[in-house]
Design a protein around this ligand. Structure first.
Ligand code: ADP
Ligand code: ZN
Length: 631
């Protein structure tokens, strides 16, 4: 990492530390160092609580803006804030982002050489570091030496749910953090997490011995994430949809989550054949290969990463523009955490979930065989309900996390395209009759072949071609049958016997439909949802709205964006930073629409603090002026 020259005091604000608790100085610090004009919900209250030296617990979704909640107090308090974080890559990313804003920060970890660590210790002792990131195992070794000798302003425990066995990321090293309170009874502590249910929350407070903490729970809504589900697609159709999707997201990076290692490799190979730059990430790779994949993705050297759930915890990349789930996740918690990796910068981002019968079969089997059988089955069921939803998907998510949302979001796929139903009784009867005639010893795959009248070896061997219903559903394409069967399963007309080769068994409600006692309403299948991508990209986000309003007449020009993006990449490579740390995608978009022509105007852009204004203003403004002249 290149050395920046940090001179303390960093800014006149340090001289006036006494007045720091006023809202004004908080706002001023926010603009000076981070370049933002206003706080996000709860940030200001949280910061005030920390500055009042009270313990704090923060629950905020990924991308909600947790970091500023301790970074800003760290700037306003005397001494060094000590931040505990579970992964070296996370610490590195945070430290780079801080230094890129002119804030002296460092990380003590096993990835550094001993010489580097010694230099950092010295800087801390001399009061030259405002934020020190440290891994939990390292922290223990330092409690009696370094931490006793430096002036610790506060302790921030990031990803605090790692302390709890109830959380899904338990890390034994985290439990040792309980000594902090004993050793440093007077230093305020702030614990932060994006995922904590009630038990985990309680556990965090107890294990860290937080003193009468104020708990801040922010809305889990991520309005900038678009939500969409595709039901009943088979492999081939999934792939063509993904290729089209990536085509619509030219140069925008994203993650494809798959259930198995095999799938990640297979999907990646197909994308590669179509000229898309892609890497894979799963637990079966060597640590070095995984690091490489992660670095390539962070530094925009590849556009796509195909990954199992093992990927993502260690990355803070703010410009992930989309997330696709190739397979159904096993719970809404997993799903929400994974899609949460898109759009951290607040810009609109797309998410797409594929939902198919084979996933249900496999995941149900896993849940059935797991130690917490009932809980896991229930979680899967909730996930299925989300995928099958015919009401606003965002409402389902928020209600799941205990937020009572009483209105529709207006921009998930259900809100945009409410499902229409039709009387599908005859279709259901055809399927159920085939199941019964096959003695309820038939899987979905074969059932589709029977309905379609497809002669395959398996069909002939089983004598299914002699069934009366063979070919009875020839007029419906196979992929539509997949969809209807999934709907029938969800409506409870048949069940899958997971322990009997996944054979289908008719239920009592199925029987009623088969014998004409009840009607079956199915959802009309829509294959395409035309989207106006162009309009979407320039649609102002919540925070940028005001600025964009002034420039509504200006059309964001793609070629200017490309010029600025290339310049950002050059600066990033020169400094060894990822591009999004130099300037975020959001800032780049703002530059294109507002087009500042002086360094002063450049500094007024949201996301540009004083340090970046001085460092990058001139060169970006020159490019913009050049562009304007050439028009
Ligand atoms: P989290 O740690 O909660 O996942 P971060 O702290 O990384 O989220 O913040 C996510 C993004 O939001 C970052 O790009 C950050 O700079 C930005 N951000 C944070 N606070 C604000 C704010 N008040 N105004 C605008 N952007 C903000
Ligand atoms: Zn909605």
């Amino acid at each position: 990492m290149p050395e920046e020259n940090f001179h303390l005091p960093l800014h006149p604000i340090y001289v006036s530390l006494q007045v720091t608790e006023s809202d004004l100085s908080m706002l001023q610090t926010l603009k000076t160092y981070f370049g933002y004009d206003s706080f996000r919900p709860l940030q200001q209250e949280i910061i005030a609580n920390v500055l009042a030296r009270r313990d704090t617990l923060v629950l905020m979704p990924t991308g909600g803006g947790k970091s500023i909640c301790y970074q800003l107090p760290a700037l306003l308090m005397e001494g060094t804030a000590v931040v505990v974080s579970p992964l070296i890559s996370l610490m590195k990313d945070q430290v780079e982002a801080l230094r890129a804003n002119g804030i002296p920060a460092a990380t003590l970890n096993s990835g550094n050489s001993e010489m580097e660590n010694a230099a950092i210790r010295k800087d801390c002792l001399q009061g030259r570091i405002k934020l020190l990131y440290i891994s939990p195992e390292r922290l223990l070794g330092e409690t009696n030496f370094l931490l006793k000798d430096i002036n610790v302003s506060l302790f921030a425990i990031d990803e605090a749910h790692c302390i709890s066995q109830w959380g899904h990321d338990f890390r034994p090293e985290y439990t040792q953090l309980s000594v902090l309170r004993q050793e440093f009874p007077r230093i305020p502590m702030i614990a932060l997490t994006a995922t904590a249910d009630k038990i985990t929350r309680q556990d965090i407070q107890e294990q860290l011995h937080l003193k009468d903490p104020r708990v801040f729970i922010s809305s889990f809504d991520r309005p900038n994430l678009n939500l969409a589900v595709k039901r009943g697609y088979q492999q081939k159709e999934k792939m063509s949809t993904i290729l089209k999707f990536i085509g619509e997201h030219k140069d925008q990076c994203g993650i494809i989550y798959c259930m198995s290692r095999n799938n990640t490799e297979r999907v990646a190979a197909t994308l590669q054949r179509h000229g898309i730059s892609v890497t894979v990430y799963h637990a079966g790779l060597s640590p070095a290969a995984r690091d490489r994949a992660q670095e390539d993705f962070i530094n925009d050297r590849v556009q796509v990463v195909c990954a199992t759930i093992a990927f993502g915890m260690g990355i803070d990349k703010s410009n992930v523009r989309w997330v696709i789930h190739y397979n159904l996740p096993k719970s809404i918690e997993n799903f929400y955490q994974e899609i949460g990796r898109a759009g951290r910068d607040g810009l609109e981002s797309d998410t797409l979930l594929f939902y198919s019968m084979s996933d249900i079969i496999l995941l149900s089997k896993f849940a059935d065989e797991s130690s917490q059988r009932e809980i896991n089955k229930d979680k899967l069921h909730r996930m299925q309900q989300y995928a099958e939803a015919d009401i606003c998907r965002r409402r389902i998510l928020l209600n799941y996390f205990g937020e009572n949302r009483e209105y529709d979001c207006g921009h998930c796929d259900v809100c945009l395209n409410p499902p229409q139903r039709f009387d599908g009784t005859i279709l259901v009867q055809k399927a159920l009759s085939a199941i019964v005639r096959a003695d309820q010893r038939i899987s979905t795959r074969l059932l589709v072949d029977v309905l379609r009248g497809t002669f395959t070896q398996e069909i002939i061997e089983n004598g299914f071609d002699r069934l009366k219903t063979f070919g009875a559903g020839r007029d419906v394409p196979a992929r539509d049958w997949q969809d209807y069967l999934l709907q029938m399963l969800q409506l409870g007309y048949f069940e899958i016997a997971y322990n009997e080769s996944n054979h289908l068994k008719m239920t009592e409600s199925g029987r009623k439909v088969l014998f004409g006692q009840e009607k079956a309403m199915l959802v009309v299948i829509k294959r395409e949802q035309p989207k106006d991508k162009k309009a979407k990209q320039t649609k102002p986000g919540k925070e940028t709205g005001r600025l964009l309003l002034q420039s509504e007449a200006m059309q964001e020009a793609e070629d200017l964006y490309e010029v600025l993006r290339a310049h950002r990449k050059k600066l990033a490579d020169e400094q060894g930073y990822p591009a999004y740390i130099v300037l975020s995608d959001k800032v780049l978009h703002l530059l294109c629409s507002i087009r500042p022509t002086t360094v002063k105007e450049f500094g007024q852009i949201s996301g540009i603090g004083d340090f970046k204004k001085e460092k990058y203003g001139k060169s970006f403004v020159a490019l913009i002026n050049q562009y304007l002249k050439g028009k």
